[in-house]
Design a protein around this ligand. Structure first.
Ligand code: A2P
Length: 347
């Protein structure tokens, strides 16, 4: 019998949590037992896994007993409250929140970029910010050919980044506006339907919001490039799921467009999508539900001889969150960095 693992999903009822559940099933992750954890609001609900209804439990002191790996996606404060308890109970925590990402003792991992960092974990592995993951998957293969000096990014971020209730808000607000009503914002600070606004994460003294600084600090950590220059403007757009990014890259030397395309066609986790005759390039609606980051519009920056421009769309819930976390768990299994339990989950 092959090895299998006792898994807990913290935040199982959320947008990322439900995707984690689906991915464990569709990618045949070797699950011995599965625990679904959320807030007391969800206790008593059930969610399906492999055709079986599993109960959702309110997270509590004994939730991590006999658990090998915790996939956490319930926000930073919940992770801060529970991650060390899970580690003390013997589990490895793969955390989707920002709580531990810049902690020097916590690896920040994108499996296509820095899988080796996972081996250095001391109980917690952080899953990067969604826009950072998408950027890293697209830019890292180019950075391997010629180090990038500076990245200028503008993001077009969907509602899904703010969770399931934010997605619902965009839908209900869209319907309300179409009925001639004036809906009041609830999850977001302003109405997103038929609108857009600079990212709603807290503003810092630098004039950058936290989301923008995540792109700077997390990209540096993942790339192992502490001096890399990154600047970003992050914007929320009324798209349900999948984020898009316009990215300008500056290299030491000119980076031929043909070479960049050749590199990206062969890059793990990337799909090149371009038809210049029909202006067909990555779109969030086509990135939704897909594993790959769609990259296109690769062109020479006419304002700089060593500049390249590209455009991408990637599923924020999938590669930007749940898929990346599952890939980290798979990496731990492949590299024997998790202790197994048997037998496998069966109906
Ligand atoms: P619940 O559904 O019970 O509120 P999203 O990112 O889509 O908003 O989802 C957030 C997830 O985190 C949900 O599963 C939510 O559970 C869970 N969650 C939020 N706050 C807590 C908490 N204090 N303790 C445990 N889980 C929480």
């Amino acid at each position: 019998m092959s090895d299998s693992y006792r898994v807990a999903i913290l935040g199982a009822t959320g947008a990322v949590g439900t995707e984690l559940l689906e991915l464990l099933e569709s990618r045949n992750f070797p699950v011995a037992e599965l625990k679904l954890l959320a807030s007391p609001r969800s206790a008593g609900r059930t969610l399906q896994f492999l055709g079986e209804d599993l109960p959702v439990e309110a997270v509590g002191d004994r939730s991590f007993d006999n658990v090998d790996v915790v996939l956490a996606s319930a926000g930073g404060s919940t992770s801060k409250a529970w991650a060390s308890k899970a580690v003390d109970a013997g589990a490895v925590v793969i955390d989707n929140s920002s709580a531990f990402r810049l902690d020097p003792g916590v690896p920040l991992v994108v499996p296509e970029v820095n899988p080796e960092a996972a081996a250095t974990h001391q109980g917690i592995i952080a899953n990067p910010n969604c826009t950072t993951i998408l950027l890293a998957v697209a830019v890292w293969p180019l950075h391997q050919v010629q180090p990038v000096k500076r990245i200028v990014a503008a993001t077009y971020q969907s509602a899904s980044g703010a969770g399931a209730r934010a997605m619902e808000e965009v839908k209900t607000h869209t319907s309300a506006i179409l009925r001639g009503e004036d809906p009041k914002p609830g999850i977001f600070p302003y109405t997103l339907a038929f609108n857009l606004f600079p990212h709603n994460s807290p503003m810092t003294d630098l004039g950058y919001c936290e989301e923008e600084l995540k792109m700077l600090n997390e990209t540096r950590k993942i790339f192992g490039a502490p001096d890399l220059r990154v600047t970003a403007t992050c914007v929320r757009v009324p798209v349900l799921r999948a984020h898009s990014e316009a990215i300008n890259l500056e290299f030491e030397q000119p980076f031929p467009v043909a070479k960049a395309k050749e590199v990206l066609v062969n890059a793990p986790g990337v799909k090149l999508v371009e038809n210049w005759q029909t202006n067909y390039f990555p779109m969030p609606i086509e990135a939704s539900g897909r594993d790959e980051v769609l990259v296109g519009r690769i062109r020479q920056d006419i304002s700089h001889p060593c500049g390249l421009e590209l455009w991408l769309s990637g599923d924020q819930i999938r590669k930007g969150a749940a898929l990346n976390a599952i890939q980290i768990a798979e990496l731990l299994v492949e590299r024997h960095l998790l202790k197994p339990t048997t037998p496998a989950f069966s109906k």
